[in-house]
Design a protein around this ligand. Structure first.
Ligand code: FES
Ligand SMILES: [Fe+2]
Length: 387
């Protein structure tokens, strides 16, 4: 974030805190509820959003050296993310090219080669088929036609991204990130590492999780002991960049920022900054580290929620891990307080009590977020105007 923007946000945050200014727009709004439960709405989201936009598959530190890999299932497809001998990250279908067995079964690790457990076809970390036992029994086999199936991917801003077939390049990623890209790039996440990764499945629609990060209204009530003591009651504001959002949650310490020399005032020291990367990634900047959260949909009412801290490289050495473990426990506790509520909301949705939900003027980011979703479902996406 450039300095002028940081100072603008600091000033704006102080104004809001002093004025106890909650409203982000003029009027409250209503939202239809089909989006949280219907199979057909979910299918549309898969076709028109998730299959059309880049996905953050892994942080670079999960593939720290040549030969390291991670595997995952991504919208039904088994994927193998591998760093080859030259250090280049690849995304492959994790499927053997002989008769289709799952090639790599471990969630993460390090290998010289990937060997199928069925008939031991062997592939290099760059996906090349390097050995076929009893190869004389395949007289017409062209090895070069049986390399692992590579999917378009880009490594940038600290992450390995799976790219859509029709927009596979780095320039396409930059275009997608649009106005939020400079801010996100400035986080310098390539010099951080993952700590405390945890994932659980929840009986919720994936959007409930993202929406919960887009308002501070609930803080004093749902998180009275965990998060709220740190934050200014309910104060929250945001900017949107195409479909992406950058939100600010001022901490109580912002009241003392004027005691710091103007040149030394830092936004992230007195506020949390939340990058909501459309559609389902949240990177929350908490002073010197980050919380990366993914709401990965498995169905209209089922979501795999992944939580990880992203901490400075090297800070886990010595007794560093103890400090991060304390931090992790508190941070995840807040998320699990939220998730319990989303689970209840999902039950409430099927009970049919509400025909629609209402968003107050302090919840306006949820309205914007749902408008971005609708612009993909019913149009060509929001473009990148409207910062
Ligand atoms: S299916 Fe992998 S070697 Fe046969
Ligand atoms: Fe919360």
């Amino acid at each position: 974030m450039d300095r002028a923007e940081e100072l603008r946000l600091l000033d704006h945050a102080l104004d809001r805190v002093r004025g106890k200014d909650l409203a982000l727009t003029d009027t409250d709004t209503r939202i239809s509820l089909e989006r949280y439960q219907s199979e057909s709405w979910y299918r549309m989201e898969l076709d028109r959003i998730f299959h059309r936009v880049p996905s953050m598959l892994a942080h670079g530190s999960e593939l720290p050296e040549p030969g390291t890999f991670v595997t995952m299932v991504h919208f039904g497809r088994p994927l193998l993310v591998s760093r080859d001998r030259e250090g280049v990250a690849h995304v492959f279908l994790n499927v053997c090219r002989h008769r289709g067995a799952r090639l790599e079964k471990e969630p993460a690790g390090r290998r010289k080669n990937f060997t199928c457990s069925y008939h031991a076809w062997k592939y290099g970390t760059d996906g090349t088929l390097v050995n076929v036992p009893s190869e004389q029994c395949f007289p017409t086999l062209e090895r070069s036609e049986r390399n692992l199936v590579a999917l378009p991917s880009v490594e940038a801003h600290g992450f390995v991204w799976l790219m859509p077939e029709e927009a596979p390049h780095r320039a396409d990623l930059d275009r997608f990130l649009g106005g939020i890209r400079p801010d996100f790039a400035d986080l310098g996440l390539e010099s951080f590492e993952i700590y405390g990764a945890e994932s659980h499945e929840w009986e919720i629609n994936w959007k409930l999780f993202v929406e919960g990060t887009l308002e501070g209204y609930h803080f004093p009530f749902l998180h009275p002991k965990s998060a709220n003591p740190l934050f200014e009651n309910g104060i929250f504001f945001f900017d949107s960049f195409g479909p992406h959002l950058r939100s600010i949650l001022p901490k109580r310490s912002i009241n003392f920022v004027t005691r710091t020399a103007p040149a030394d005032r830092r936004l992230h020291a007195v506020a949390n900054v939340i990058h909501t990367l459309f559609p389902n990634e949240t990177v929350l900047h908490q002073s010197d580290h980050f919380l990366w959260m993914t709401a990965h949909p498995l169905g209209p009412t089922r979501t795999l929620v992944k939580l990880r801290l992203i901490v400075p490289k090297g800070s886990l050495a010595g007794d560093g891990a103890e400090r991060w473990e304390e931090n992790r426990k508190l941070t995840y506790q807040v998320q699990y307080e939220d998730l319990e509520i989303y689970r209840e909301i999902q039950i409430g949705l099927s009970a049919g009590a509400n025909k629609e939900h209402c968003f107050g003027t302090q919840e306006h980011a949820l309205q914007r977020y749902n408008e971005a979703i609708e612009s993909y479902l019913f149009g060509d996406g929001p473009g990148q105007a409207g910062a």
